[in-house]
Design a protein around this ligand. Structure first.
Ligand code: IMP
Length: 204
């Protein structure tokens, strides 16, 4: 059974592949199928964006597809950057380092701790009849705080400034195995596994 991941983010791809490595699935990325789709993230929720991405890639490929959307919500910024975590910095071609710097600059006026959480929703989208799709949603969260200095080389995005008190380390210091056990994406993709097993067993 083949499953397409509706993302071009290498960090996410590697994490999701590792989380699903115990299932008898061939996991494909858009590049494996020469699929070049830009899906505008115009939804009002992570779930809507995950479904938009998943459905677009599912229709284009005819394969069961896992769409995902994620973001970082900071309490002192009323939940920003949230849905806009990737488009937070108002300059074109911003890098992860630009995003981290911009976030810390916004937070300096606020007292610490800068409590935050990562959120992720995945949408498992299956081809159905007449070009329709069927979608199931699964979500996960990870709680911590933003710190002003970068720590660690692993992960991607905001990981070097996302500190998890219970671990005593930032997300970038955890290594992928531990990150996948406790992260928002790890929890969301784990929650999708029963639905994936149903597909594998031909029951869905
Ligand atoms: P999207 O899910 O493609 O919309 O991207 C969300 C953005 O949130 C990413 O580009 C990162 O900046 C951030 N983000 C999401 N998940 C993570 C994570 O696991 N670590 C660090 N940053 C993340």
């Amino acid at each position: 059974m083949r499953l397409l991941l509706a993302t071009n983010n290498r960090g996410k791809m590697a994490e999701i592949k590792a989380i699903l490595s115990d299932l008898d699935l061939e996991i494909l990325t858009p590049a494996d199928l020469q699929l070049e789709l830009e899906v505008p993230e115009v939804g009002n929720t992570y779930a809507e964006n995950a479904a938009l991405k998943g459905a677009a890639f599912c229709r284009a490929s005819g394969l069961p597809t896992l769409g995902d959307d994620s973001g970082l919500e900071v309490e002192a910024l009323d939940g920003a950057p949230g849905l806009y975590s990737n488009r937070f910095v108002p300059i074109p071609h911003a890098t992860d380092a630009d995003r981290r710097k911009y976030l810390i600059e916004r937070l300096l006026a606020h007292p610490r701790p800068w409590k935050a959480r990562f959120c992720c929703t995945v949408a498992l989208v299956r081809p159905a009849d007449n070009g329709q799709v069927r979608v199931s949603y699964h979500e996960g969260f990870c709680y911590g705080e933003i710190i002003p200095e970068e720590r660690g080389e692993g992960g991607f995005g905001y990981d070097p400034i996302f500190y998890i008190p219970e671990e005593g380390r930032t997300m970038a210091e955890l290594g992928m195995e531990v990150k996948n056990r406790i992260s928002h994406r790890g929890r969301a993709v784990q929650a999708a596994k029963p639905a994936l097993v149903e597909i594998l067993q031909g029951r869905a």
